[in-house]
Design a protein around this ligand. Structure first.
Ligand code: AMP
Ligand code: MG
Length: 550
């Protein structure tokens, strides 16, 4: 496997060359639970919890754990040795069968707005944080098992996760990392050897499916919802304690003369969220369930469920069948939804403020940051130094064109950098010009007739605009290729990996992850991973639409 940028950059770090060790030999930290109050009850019975940030829980053992996937680059960052034998204590820890002395597992208490409505207490119903460890950059990292059994927050569900959704989380969070988009990560994927019953299509036909546990890793999994549940229950002292904890540990830049500045912190959360959502829009990622319990306070992509990647450019597209009627969380709505979620967070944090002006300013900062960042990103995607007022009609026409006929968002933008802007002879011929972007069209008819004429016309305007740029072609193309990934985690690629794993073949997962480690590089030998979604995948479950069943 090739090395990723983490691995390279870590070599300059003083601890980078320390040998990796077994997970069991780490020093374990439990800062979150030692500084914040616990639920006094210690069992997994579903209940409403109050005056606490978490509940102590133990993972529920599984019968036959088998390591299916491992992130070498994350393991390297953490300094953890891969378990190489079938029975290994690291594997036992990663599936929930072994809690090492010093680890103090817990489930976090949080609430949230689901699909626009306050849902009350939610909490880690199937995620259990084992402990925190220090990575090689001296950054604290939480190790969290998803699918490790019931907790007091499981409500009526089983605390487990199916293999298909676990594969999707493992692969996508790693793919996002390689795209350089803030995200939680995944160290391991373990088949539990136990079946989990799910009604995948919500049609009254539940079937047993293989279960799995993913070990997720992030500096913190704290969500907007962790604060919301406290404010909703009037636990304002605790709200302040949690805010202070988060600022002191994760936002040191928001300390003002030794005290947490809630204003600076809220503004930073707004800024990070704006940058995050802009990044999703850049690569065509649709989260699918942007409930406030799925919004990371650190500005990370969190909770990979029925997410998807834009194939043809359709702002209304959502991968989540549960959302197909309202399309609340469709691609084009993500910035507004992030703003709405921040508004809920502002309401939650209001007890920490003397007046609402700093909160309103934070929300305004979100809008401003998003607009500026998106404009800059669009400029990079198109190869312009900046977007100017004169570009307005070119941009409007571009997005109209992309929407008019099924056009692959990723391929179209990537191909723009290949246009022979310096070769007039090629530019004179309509057919030749069209060839540069033709692989982006799902329908052949789009390549003939009026639509083709419109595309050619737009390409000529675009090339003329590029002609006014002061940058060299080499420099411009490098910037465009860095803004327009060639390889994204297309929806059907996930399904192919899942199908193969179900037959005991992990090669598809490994090969796909290998390609996705260098999403901006040409990698001509892996061209097929960059192609349009094949027709067979158009309507296949898991490839174009997903339910929340996981
Ligand atoms: P999600 O839609 O995945 O963000 O989950 C919303 C809430 O449902 C969270 O509190 C989850 O912990 C909980 N949840 C989802 N699936 C399960 C499950 N299989 N068992 C227990 N809780 C679950
Ligand atoms: Mg969630």
């Amino acid at each position: 496997m090739s090395q990723d940028s983490d691995v390279h950059s870590s070599s300059s770090h003083p601890f980078a060359n320390q040998p990796a060790i077994d997970l069991c030999d780490f020093s374990f930290h439990n800062k979150f639970i030692s500084e914040l109050p616990a639920d006094p009850i210690q069992n997994n019975k579903p209940r409403q919890v109050s005056q606490a940030c978490f509940s102590h829980v133990e993972p529920t053992p599984v019968p036959e754990p088998r390591l299916l996937a491992w992130s070498e680059s994350l393991a390297h960052q953490l300094g953890i040795l891969r378990p190489l034998v079938v029975h290994h204590p690291t594997l036992d820890v990663l599936c929930g069968n072994l809690v090492m002395p010093g680890m103090r597992p817990y489930a976090a208490r949080y609430g949230g707005h689901q699909f626009g409505h306050w849902a009350g207490q939610l909490g880690d119903g199937r995620a259990i944080t084992l402990t925190e460890i220090m990575d090689r950059f001296s950054q604290r990292q939480e190790l969290q098992l998803k699918g490790a059994g019931p907790t007091p927050y499981s409500r009526t569900a089983d605390g487990r996760a199916v293999l298909r959704s676990s594969v999707r989380e493992f692969m996508c969070s790693e793919a996002m990392h390689y795209l350089d988009i803030p995200t939680t990560r995944a160290l391991s994927l373990v088949d539990t050897g136990a079946m989990v019953v799910r009604d995948m299509f919500y049609d009254g036909n539940p079937i047993p499916e293989p279960g799995a546990v993913v070990c997720r890793v992030a500096p913190s999994f704290i969500r907007f919802g962790n604060f919301q549940i406290l404010a909703a229950n009037g636990e304002h002292d605790l709200l302040k304690r949690l805010a202070d904890y988060v600022i002191i540990n994760y936002f040191p830049e928001c300390m003002d003369q030794g005290l947490p500045s809630y204003e600076q912190w809220f503004h930073e959360v707004c800024r990070r969220t704006a940058v995050l959502v802009k990044e999703w829009m850049r690569v065509g990622f649709v989260h699918g369930v942007m409930n406030t319990d799925n919004m990371s306070i650190l500005g990370l992509t969190i909770d990979y469920g029925p997410y998807g990647w834009l194939e043809s450019y359709e702002p209304q597209w959502t991968p989540n069948t549960t959302d197909s009627a309202g399309r609340r969380y469709c691609y084009g709505s993500q910035p507004q939804i992030a703003h709405w979620n921040l508004l809920q967070l502002a309401n939650t944090l209001y007890p920490l403020f003397v007046n609402k002006t700093p909160l309103e300013n934070g929300l305004a900062l979100f809008v401003k940051t998003y607009e500026q960042e998106w404009s800059k990103t669009l400029a990079d995607k198109l190869g312009f130094l900046e977007i100017t007022a004169d570009d307005e009609s070119l941009l409007i026409d571009l997005f109209k064109l992309l929407e008019a006929e099924e056009t692959d968002f990723t391929i179209f933008f990537r191909k723009l950098a290949t246009l022979p802007v310096d070769h007039q002879s090629l530019l004179n011929d309509d057919r030749e010009l069209l060839k540069f972007v033709q692989s982006a069209f799902y329908i052949d008819a789009a390549l003939t007739g009026k639509h083709a004429d419109r595309v050619v016309l737009w390409l000529r305007r675009y090339i003329a605009r590029i002609g006014k740029e002061k940058r060299s072609t080499i420099e411009r193309v490098a910037i465009m290729n860095r803004a327009n990934p060639k390889y994204v985690f297309r929806n059907y690629l996930a399904q192919l990996a899942i199908d193969a794993l179900a037959l005991g073949d992990d090669s598809v997962l490994l090969d796909t992850m290998h390609v996705l480690q260098r999403p901006y590089d040409e990698q001509p030998e892996f061209e097929r991973y960059a192609e349009r979604r094949p027709e067979w995948a158009r309507h296949r479950a898991g490839c174009s639409a997903l339910s929340c069943s996981s």
